[in-house]
Design a protein around this ligand. Structure first.
Ligand SMILES: Cc1ncc(COP(=O)(O)O)c(C=O)c1O
Length: 442
């Protein structure tokens, strides 16, 4: 991966406001520790493709079947991205045009279901994604959403899942997570989907990099369709891909056409060609042996981090309960860590005792830090900074009275922003980070 900075000279001269803000964000990304598990640092090559003139072109349709003229080059780019996706995931068909993960999940649902059909997915508080059947998402507004959940051990409760599936006869079952630190057993999902005649769709957005590295089983042999975002552990630009598997196409030979129609005219218009080219670049990178090493290191780092923080991770992320620190401490932890230069997100924990807005945990991950070259030694150091920063939230419990919470958090932020320990950690981290370059940043 090239490490050279991107040349912003024209922007600096003619759009100084945006130039300055990019430089400010570069500083944040470089001097802090980016630990949101769905984030990563893309290569300079990906950035260059993304910033190219390919954004100028309209290309509604698919290679060889476009609505507008002038698409010969775009066809070559999209076909190349499709071929790389098929090779990497060993699938017969791939769509690379989805703008991002949420529209991709809308496309998949529209291809498989009619409005009002039953869709099943892991509940939000159990670590599922909004688009798998959460309140206020298209997936519960236009479809009948049924959620399964995790048990007391925080792992997917297959007994409940099977009972719910038998009772509700879903058309589609999602297997995929956004805040779940354990491996997924795709075979068990397949068995239940077959029992009730449901289409099984994997949303492996979070763990795609681990799958490529052989650190997690692939959903391809078990699922009818696979959706993945391209910007998380896969380390590409923001975007998504929909893959149709052999078993999916065998059951429904029209599957590819249904997915294409759901994409356009169903849910999207012209593809983002600059994004397609950048996806192709990231797929080239993911096909190299060095990506396997990277994916394995992500998981090793997460396991060390989890152990140091007193929990476990089988993937790239750590879901840390903060109930030992007080009541509803996720917000306070996120803010204290941010003050110390560590970016994480507050998160509900299974059986969330407080509320999704004032949750009881945080979610952290290692994909971005691993891209910077950090390993076990650095994880141990980072865990010690996290533990030290979290000591500062003790005694700042979320009020039990709901009406007092917003003001309480406002006051907490003010109080903690000048905290000496947190600011001292921030300085140490800024120093430490210098040794670990970020692609594209000086
Ligand atoms: C499992 C899963 N699916 C889908 C998405 C949606 O992706 P996007 O944010 O690109 O719409 C996410 C994003 O967090 C996710 O974690």
């Amino acid at each position: 991966m090239a490490k050279n900075p991107i040349n912003y000279s024209a922007l600096k001269k003619n759009s100084p406001k945006i130039y300055k803000l990019i430089k400010k964000e570069e500083k944040r990304q470089k001097e802090g520790l980016e630990m949101i598990p769905s984030e990563n640092y893309v290569s300079v090559e990906v950035l260059q493709a993304l910033g190219s003139i390919l954004t100028n072109k309209y290309s509604e349709g698919f290679p060889g079947r476009r609505y507008y003229g002038g698409n010969d080059v775009i066809d070559e780019i999209e076909n190349y991205a499709i071929d790389l996706a098929k090779k990497l995931f060993k699938v017969p068909e791939a769509l690379v045009q989805p703008y991002s993960g949420s529209p991709a999940n809308l496309i998949v649902t529209m291809a498989v279901c009619k409005p009002g059909d039953v869709v099943m997915g892991l509940s939000l508080v159990s670590g599922g994604h909004l688009t798998h059947g959460a309140n206020l998402s298209f997936s519960s507004i236009f479809y009948k959403a049924v959620n399964y959940s995790v048990g007391k051990d925080w792992k997917i409760d297959f007994d409940e899942l099977e009972k719910l599936a038998v009772k509700n006869k879903p058309k589609l079952i999602w297997v995929g997570t956004t805040a779940y630190p354990f491996k997924l057993d795709y075979a068990k999902f397949r068995k239940i989907a077959d029992k009730v005649g449901a289409v099984l769709v994997a949303d492996c957005s979070h763990i795609t990099g681990l799958i490529i590295a052989g650190e997690h089983e692939s959903p391809v042999p078990y699922c009818d369709i696979v959706m993945t975002t391209t910007h998380k552990t896969l380390r590409g630009p923001r975007g998504a891909m929909i893959l149709a598997t052999d078993i999916g196409l065998k059951k429904d030979p029209e599957l590819k056409t249904k997915l294409e129609r759901a994409l356009i005219p169903g849910a999207q218009g012209g593809p983002h060609n600059h994004q397609t080219a950048a996806i192709a670049v990231s797929l080239e990178e993911a096909l190299k042996p060095s990506f396997r090493t990277y994916g394995k290191q992500i998981a090793k780092n997460a396991a060390v981090l989890a152990k140091e923080l007193g929990t476990v991770s089988e993937t790239h992320l750590v879901l840390l309960p903060l109930t030992d620190y007080g009541y509803g401490m996720g917000y306070q932890a996120q803010y204290a860590l941010e003050t110390a230069g560590i970016t994480v997100n507050k998160n509900t924990i299974p059986g969330e005792p407080v509320s999704p807005f004032y949750p009881s945990g945080i979610r952290l991950g290692t994909p971005a830090l691993t891209t910077r070259g950090m390993k076990k030694k650095e994880m141990i150091k980072i865990a010690s900074w996290i533990k030290s920063a979290l000591e500062e939230i003790r005694g700042h419990d979320t009020p039990k009275e709901k009406e007092l919470r917003a003001q309480y958090i406002k006051d907490f932020k003010k109080k903690i922003s000048g905290n000496k320990n947190l600011l001292s950690i921030k300085r140490e981290i800024a120093q430490f980070s210098q040794k670990f370059p970020v692609p594209g940043i000086d």
